[in-house]
Write a protein that binds this ligand. Structure first.
Ligand code: SAH
Length: 256
């Protein structure tokens, strides 16, 4: 851990899970608790950041002075610079680093600069949300395929969504709150039933979690009426409407 000039630090790309610190892997927890330099996104829960030791240098790349997210190239450069200066860097990301986390870009940049990288997987929001909302992503009666899709993409219409949802399939949409209505319209135009069950899970695994359920045709309205805000995940498919699970959930909520 010493800072000799010849030493190159390691960059650890660490998944912080969906929020609840109990959902960290042991390896992630150990790295956070021993971090000297920790670089984190806005999605990482404050309770997890609080696990870092005193004296740890915490660098947020979420909101800088001008309230803008640091550009990805600047983040890459920061990680490389710290490692070349001899520091091990814990780069903490919400969920899993390799699921919509730009972990691939950061790893590639480090490798190109000769900086060793290790990836510590995390519980991605889909798994966290499924568990907290009691929605099995696969089920022998309803779904044998699961797709993870980013809803926020320039030129949504350029993407081919046909076949991602429907019979036997579960579609999980990350970053889809703002475009929920457009996504629903597109899926219905592609032939998906307007009655297909949907669930919106906001702040999965956190104390303020909300789970909203409805049908595809009402997805935009559900999001708007309830003022759903980020982070939230959308699940589209029969699994979102399994009555027995919903009943079970009610029972669980009643005893909580
Ligand atoms: N790497 C992360 C995803 C980052 S993209 C992962 O594997 O989970 C950011 C999106 O993830 C958010 O817009 C939201 O759709 C989803 N997300 C992250 N945390 C969430 C949470 N606690 N509850 C619901 N959705 C979440």
């Amino acid at each position: 851990m010493s800072n000799s000039p010849s030493r190159i630090g390691t960059v650890y790309l660490v998944g912080a899970g969906p929020g609840d610190p109990d959902l960290l892997t042991l390896r992630a927890a150990r790295l956070v608790m021993n971090a000297r330099v920790l670089v984190h996104d806005g999605l990482v829960d404050p309770a997890i950041l609080a696990m870092a030791p005193q004296g740890c240098r915490m660098i947020s790349v979420a909101k800088q002075r001008s309230r803008h997210t640091m550009r990805q190239e600047e983040i890459n450069a920061l990680l490389v610079r710290e490692a070349l200066a001899g520091n091990d860097v814990v780069r903490l990301k919400g969920g899993d680093p390799f699921v919509f986390g730009r972990g691939g870009e950061e790893a590639e940049e480090c490798i190109a600069a000769g900086v060793p990288v290790e990836v510590v997987p995390g519980i991605s929001a889909a798994m966290g949300a499924a568990a907290s909302a009691m929605i099995p992503l696969t089920h022998r009666e309803n779904a044998s395929i699961v797709s993870f899709v980013a809803g926020q993409c320039k030129g949504l219409s350029d993407q081919n969504w046909a076949g991602l949802a429907g019979f036997g399939r579960t579609l999980v949409i990350y970053m889809g709150v703002a475009t929920a209505e457009a996504i629903a319209e597109k899926l219905m135009a592609d032939g998906l039933s307007p009655e297909m069950p949907v669930a919106v899970i906001e702040n999965a695994s956190r104390p303020q979690m909300r789970v909203l359920r409805g049908q595809l045709a009402a997805l935009g309205a559900v999001v708007a009426r309830n003022k759903v805000s980020s982070p939230a995940l959308i699940v589209i498919g029969e699994v979102a409407g399994r009555g027995d699970m919903m009943e079970l959930n009610k029972v669980l909520e009643a005893v909580r």
